[in-house]
Design a binder for this molecule. Structure first.
Ligand code: GDP
Length: 468
């Protein structure tokens, strides 16, 4: 397929949702304005809202069958396998130098004082720097808060040939080309800041990725996680047994409900009904193309109450989730070594779901989404975030490019000229996004369907030693 064909297809998919967010949100506003003096009008509006959702589902279904019958599905699958294979082989090559005594190394300390998702993202960042500087990543993980013995207690080592921190010369970042060992600081304090950090993807992969995937950076991060997540045999066995125990089966929607310390500090509270509305919508959509005998939902949370609440309020659902995991996830217990298998399990099963409903403000939700993207040619639309758009901590901001002009109807809205670049703050999931127009410096709202995402690239080594 031509790039233009694939990008247009992906764009129509996202615009169908934007259209629906817009109409849904506007009609709900009217409804709440009139409900007190005209219940009749309010119920009429309710009817229109529900019919609009049916229109949307029909469009989504037709787009799905267009994709299934346009004869490129085979290509999509093969291209995604080839691309993943290429990146995995490059990482394999980088991580297994023939002589560790002379290999150039980048040292990454897993023991960043934060949660599991945050620590994983830290390692992902280290790995990207390692790939960009062609240095073997050495992971320092002894004394890890989740497993004293380190990473290798649960996952395979990141190298088979080279794990020693030793070297003839050692320096902190940035060091020199010929410095053998460089210690990397956390992403927020790296200076000078190299151009290849997220949201940049390798320039040599960009043309292929832009054609394949709705959000190439998520694919790229997912590939790094794919390399990292190689469970030790006993971890794999644990996950398999657990899957059997809870009878994990598709179709299934994963929800992650982050509560406790996150609420009110880093994120807003979201009621279980908001998550379940996303789940319900997924199943209504699915019912148009297949018979759904059982509606399953996998629930991961750090608040054990949530499980009981969902089970009681949604008896028509089969709720998969473990209160004892939720308990080890709660504040005060979560960094104990007994919480590690719980968080590994939750991320594993969330990312194996067909669809995710969660808050991208949480690193757990983002890790699950990133990893989910290694399992499909393009899983960039298999989520509903109740708050943020996707981001990588410490990233340069996302850029949208205007493809349609916009005349503001009031001062809260942005003027758009085709080609304008906007630094994105967020999507309000009501048809509008917020951001700063880099031409006018105006911080305002703009209709999301009038822009397309810009894919950021940077020069990375192209690993000619690894065949294409
Ligand atoms: P964030 O704070 O949500 O952005 O994610 P972090 O991973 O940085 O820190 C939260 C920590 O709380 C996790 O690493 C887990 O230890 C724990 N946690 C939060 N939510 C869950 C969950 O759904 N399941 C499990 N098992 N642990 C969780």
């Amino acid at each position: 397929p031509s790039s233009n064909y694939e990008m247009t297809r992906i764009k129509i998919g996202s615009n169908v949702h934007e259209f629906w967010y817009f109409v849904n949100s506007e009609l709900n506003k009217f409804k709440s304005e009139v409900v007190n003096y005209s219940p009749l009008l309010a119920s009429k509006l309710e009817q229109v809202i529900s019919e609009t959702a049916e229109h949307k589902r029909s469009l989504v279904k037709d787009l799905g069958s267009l994709q299934a019958s346009d004869s490129f599905e085979g290509w999509r699958l093969k291209e995604s396998l080839d691309l993943s294979d290429l990146v995995q082989r490059r990482l394999e090559y980088l991580q297994n130098p023939s002589d560790c005594r002379t290999a150039r190394k980048l040292v990454c300390n897993l023991n960043k004082g934060c949660g599991y998702g945050c620590q994983l993202h830290h390692v992902v960042y280290c790995f990207i720097v390692a790939y960009a500087t062609q240095r073997t990543l050495i992971m320092k993980s002894k004394g890890w808060r989740y497993a004293r013995g380190g990473w290798e207690e649960v996952f395979e080592p990141v190298s088979k040939t080279c794990t020693s921190l030793e070297g003839a010369s050692i320096s902190s970042w940035p060091g020199h080309d010929d410095t053998q060992v460089i210690n990397l600081p956390v992403i927020d304090s790296i200076s000078p800041r190299p151009p290849y950090l997220p949201l940049s993807i390798p320039k040599d992969l960009e043309p292929r990725l832009s054609r394949l995937h709705g959000d190439p950076i998520v694919w790229w991060i997912g590939q790094i996680l794919k390399y990292l997540f190689k469970p030790q045999p006993k971890t794999r066995e644990f996950l398999n047994k657990y899957g059997e125990k809870i009878n994990f089966q598709k179709p299934i929607v994963g929800i992650h409900i982050r509560r406790t310390d996150k609420v009110g500090t880093e994120a807003a509270f979201h009621h279980v009904d908001e998550y379940m509305a996303g789940v319900e919508e997924y199943y209504k959509q699915l019912a148009l193309t297949q018979t759904v005998n059982e509606k399953r939902v996998y629930v991961a949370t750090d608040d054990p109450q949530v499980l009981t609440e969902i089970q009681e309020k949604y008896p028509q659902y089969k709720v998969l989730g473990d209160p004892s995991i939720a308990l080890t996830a709660s504040v005060g217990r979560r960094y104990s070594e007994s919480s590690l298998m719980g968080i590994i399990t939750d991320i594993h099963f969330l990312s194996n779901c067909d669809f995710l409903v969660c808050t991208f403000s949480s690193q757990i939700c983002r890790v699950a989404y990133e990893y989910m993207n290694t399992m499909y040619p393009d899983a960039s639309a298999r989520y509903r975030s109740l708050d943020d758009i996707y981001y990588f901590g410490g990233q340069i901001s996302r850029i949208h490019i205007a493809v349609l002009p916009h005349t503001p109807k009031d001062p809260s809205e942005m003027e758009l000229v085709i080609g304008d670049r906007i630094s994105v703050a967020g999507n309000h999931w009501n048809g509008y996004s917020k951001g700063t127009n880099l031409r006018t410096n105006q911080l305002a709202l703009y209709p999301t369907f009038k822009v397309v995402p810009h894919v950021e690239t940077a020069e990375f080594p192209t690993y000619p030693q690894v065949p294409l």
